[in-house]
Ligand binder design. Structure first.
Ligand code: IVH
Length: 695
């Protein structure tokens, strides 16, 4: 997990490294954007520290190792108690070593730790006088900070008034949630400003900005509560004795937002193992959090332990930041590709100067749609902040505007479909080729022939191209009327391949309706939705006869999706008729159609015998590799099995999940299930559970 420290070989390169680090940290704390991303900065500082360890007499006074991180912005409001930074560890071993050094320092093992997410924002001190928020101060150099009281009223989670009329200081992190960040950049660019590169910069810049024509909301999370000089003596004494976890509960009781309101609340742990397990849990949830975290903060929870450990000039000795790998890197936007999807959607994709983020090399990132490019004010050649966490597709967060050289070029939007040259329907946010799915006949046929749809073996991409180019296939139904002679006439098509393909096509005709429906590629109806629709209606005729309100009885289809499904089915009517005429099965085995009474009642019909199955009413997520009797099943087949057994399959774990089938190598989904207390089953246990429904 640890990336290597920068290598510093002599006094000159040491001096340069210190200068670079000071500049980067000044930009960071002043709300600008550093040319170094967090990872590069960490490596530089570790290199500096390593050189200083060997040459203590040559240490420069402004070295970043000797003081509170940053410290560039000097304010005029002194802090009552220094606002310190945190030391970092990067692995379980380093963390364990830290606990050992803590134990030596306090002459006993710490037996109670608090474990909280390390929120990626800016530290702030909020002073309350007799319960009213009177002053906001940034960390500054740790001893004095800047007065940013003008931001009062724009920070969610920091109430103007506490639940009790007491005089205290609340410390914590100000940040922007992902939604707040998007909103901030939209407003800022609308007002002619440059976009912020990431939520942290956006929070820093916004906090310090005065007299803006607009306000953008931010969010506060408290992680400290301390007395001020004017605090009543008894209360001051009381706060000094409370464990960190109790202080947080007290802060929450006063109306201050804390991590308790999030999916990763602060907890206490009584052993190093428990801390490390919690670190894993938080790391697993990171990608889904609505705000950025860059690590986990572990603190000795008890006041007595904290007092015994004390603090250095830069950081307390009773707390440590367990850093997680960086999820953001700066790289160049080289190109924008426009790809035409199966249904004719024309989607932009960023081509990046390859960059490594958390062990993977990232070359492409999603750009969503053309409006998104305009909103982000992106240009070719821009340095961009790229974000990648967990299994989520990497995204371009924003340009790093201050690194612009003036040579950046505008991104050219296509005016005709880049695939077939037809016009583009730009009426919606997502652009679409006017030829729709026909633009992509090859792609849609390949999709239809795929393993999870009609599963036509021997009909790979190359073969589909050959059939389309030879003019033998103009739509999906044409596949099923291909003759032996036609196939034999194709290049590289011998007797055996021809017979195999004809057999595979004949077999595909018997696939269940759910797969036929899925093969049609109706927008918004992937595998799982197709199964739900097929089970609900049992026959294609019933589906086609259903009005939008009736389609809405299917779980997961709302008022928006229903009319578009009805419209697409109408559009596909000639193709469906042609498929039926070619002998394709149009019924769902085991499903019974809804009765008129079901429809009239407007309730989801108990349409399948499976709903009385072993998984009735359950929502099941499968993760990791399947073994034993389930070993050969694809994920799609597992989902089909779940639904045959009356359950609902889902790909993500949430509070609604009832069971997680976790095979070998299961990672974040398993961890999340454990955090949420969701029942887990091994593949073998699950196979026993659904034995009656296995083919
Ligand atoms: S405790 C004296 N708890 O991380 C203890 N800090 O890199 C200092 N931070 O300056 C802070 N989340 O701005 C603490 N749960 C958390 C935190 C947290 C984020 C920030 C804080 C601190 C910086 C150090």
């Amino acid at each position: 997990m640890t990336t290597p420290a920068a290598v510093i070989v002599d006094a000159a390169s040491y001096a340069q490294a210190v200068e670079d680090a000071v500049k980067a940290s000044a930009a960071y704390y002043a709300g600008g954007t550093s040319a170094l991303d967090d990872d590069a900065y960490d490596r530089l500082v570790r290199g500096i520290a390593a050189w200083e360890a060997d040459h203590p007499d040559q240490m420069l006074p402004d070295s970043p190792t000797g003081k509170v991180a940053g410290g560039a912005v000097e304010g005029d409001v002194p802090h009552t108690v220094a606002m310190l930074s945190l030391d970092n560890v990067f692995s379980a071993e380093e963390f364990t070593a830290w606990t050992a050094s803590l134990a030596r320092r306090i002459s006993r093992d710490a037996t109670q730790f608090s474990v909280e997410p390390k929120l990626d924002g800016l530290a702030i001190a909020a002073r309350y006088t007799r319960g009213r928020l009177s002053r906001l101060i940034t960390r500054g150099d740790g001893t004095a900070g800047e007065d940013v009281s003008h931001a009062i009223g724009t920070i969610e989670g920091l109430p103007d008034e506490l639940a009790e009329p007491i005089t205290v200081e609340v410390r914590g992190e100000v940040l922007m949630t992902t939604v707040q960040f998007e909103h901030a950049n939209e407003i800022r660019t609308e007002h002619g400003g440059q976009p912020f590169a990431n939520p942290r910069n956006a929070a820093a810049g916004t906090l310090r900005a005065k007299d803006r024509a607009y306000t953008v909301p931010m969010t506060f999370f408290g992680y400290g509560l301390l007395p001020l000089a004017e605090t009543e003596e008894q209360l001051a004494a009381q706060l000094g004795e409370l464990a960190h976890s109790d202080l947080m509960a007290r802060a929450a009781g006063l109306g201050v937002n804390t991590t308790a309101t999030t999916a990763v609340p602060g907890i206490t742990a009584d052993s190093v193992e428990r801390v490390l397990a919690r670190v894993k849990e938080i790391a697993a949830l990171r990608a889904e959090l609505p705000f950025g975290i860059d690590g986990i903060v572990v603190k000795a929870d008890l006041a007595a332990d904290q007092q015994a450990a004390g603090a250095g000039s830069r950081a307390p000795r009773w707390a440590i930041a367990y850093k997680l790998p960086a999820v953001e890197k700066i790289t160049r936007l080289l190109e924008v590709e426009w790809n035409v999807g199966r249904t004719g959607i024309i989607a932009p994709r960023a081509v990046l100067d390859p960059v490594e983020i958390d062990g993977s090399t990232i070359t492409y990132a999603t750009l969503h749609n053309p409006a998104d490019i305009t909103r982000r004010d992106l240009r070719l050649g821009d340095h961009v902040m790229v974000h990648r966490a967990g299994d989520v597709i990497p995204r371009v967060e924003a340009p790093v505007a201050h690194l612009r050289t003036g040579d950046e070029k505008p991104i050219v939007f296509p005016d005709v479909c880049p695939r077939c040259g037809a016009g583009i329907d730009t009426g919606e946010q997502r652009w679409r080729c006017e030829n729709g799915r026909n633009c992509h006949l090859v792609a849609s046929l390949s999709y239809a022939a795929g393993r999870d749809q009609l599963d036509i073996e021997g009909l790979g991409h190359t073969r589909v191209v050959q059939l389309v180019e030879a003019g033998l296939v103009k739509d999906l139904a044409d596949l099923f009327t291909l003759t032996r002679e036609q196939l034999l006439g194709l290049e590289r098509m011998g007797e055996t391949s021809t017979d195999n393909l004809l057999t595979a096509l004949a077999r595909a005709k018997d696939q269940p309706l759910s797969r036929v429906l899925c093969a049609l590629g109706i927008r918004g109806t992937g595998r799982s939705m197709s199964r739900r629709i097929a089970r609900h209606f049992a026959t294609m005729d019933n589906i086609r006869a259903a009005a939008a309100e009736t389609i809405q009885q299917v779980d997961g289809i709302g008022t928006e999706k229903a009319p578009s499904i009805v419209a697409e089915l109408a559009e596909l009517a000639p193709l469906i008729d042609k498929l039926a005429a070619a002998g394709i099965n149009m019924t769902e085995p085991g499903a019974t159609p809804p009765t008129a009474a079901d429809s009239a009642a407007g309730t989801a019909a108990p349409s399948t015998s499976a709903e009385a199955g072993a998984l009735a009413g359950m929502t099941v997520v499968v993760t990791g590799a399947m073994t034993g009797p389930l070993e050969t099943l694809s994920r799609n087949q597992m989902n089909e099995l779940i639904e045959r057994a009356g359950g609902r399959s889902s790909s993500s774990v949430s509070k609604k999940t009832t069971l997680v089938v976790a095979g070998e190598g299961a990672g974040s989904k398993r961890a999340k299930a454990e955090t949420l207390g969701i029942r887990l089953a091994t593949p073998d246990e699950f196979a026993t559970l659904v034995a009656d429904h296995l083919d």
